[in-house]
Design a protein around this ligand. Structure first.
Ligand code: FEO
Length: 169
């Protein structure tokens, strides 16, 4: 595999684990303020991010590439109120989209069509991740302003269940 591409894929394993860590922090925050639906939503999100990390890990393994076990940095965000994680998550997903695009560009430059096909799943996934993030912001704006609306929104988010991410999905 092209050395630059392999390096970016290795780094992405770490980025995805960081995403899981970040969302677990959001989950813990919501748990601490009694919003158990938001807590659940971000816990499921963290599980999905670990799946993403393992998909990159597996791709490297399947192609005989080394894995790097670098430290995962602490989530460096301050949560000021119940809306803060939602906009932080949106900004983070936009950043992740830029990382995926960067890896895709490296794969294209190396004419690594197998890697491009593998990355197609993530290109689509990032579209969904960004939409989920902006939908949550919109819902919070519409319904989160009073306690009854927040209660209903919290109940809705409590219903999210974890389904393991897979390249065939
Ligand atoms: Fe792994 Fe939220 O993208």
């Amino acid at each position: 595999m092209d050395a630059k591409l392999a390096q970016l894929l290795r780094e992405q394993v770490n980025h995805e684990f960081y995403s899981a860590y970040l969302y677990l922090k959001f989950s813990a925050y919501y748990g601490s303020v009694g919003l158990d639906g938001f807590e659940n939503w971000y816990r499921v999100q963290a599980q999905e991010e670990r799946d993403h990390a393992m998909m990159f890990y597996q791709y490297l393994m399947d192609n005989g590439e080394e894995i790097a076990f670098e430290a995962i940095k602490a989530p460096d965000v301050e949560i000021k109120d119940n809306s803060a994680p939602l906009s932080l998550a949106q900004a983070h997903e936009k950043f992740v989209t830029s990382l995926i695009n960067n890896i895709y560009a490296a794969a294209a430059e190396a004419k690594d069509y197998r890697a491009m096909q593998f990355l197609d799943w993530f290109v689509k996934e990032q579209g969904e991740e960004e939409k989920n993030a902006s939908d949550l912001i919109q819902k919070m704006k519409l319904f989160g302003g009073d306690s009854k609306g927040l209660y209903m929104l919290n109940s809705e988010l409590k219903a999210r269940t974890y389904t393991p991410a897979s390249l065939n999905a």
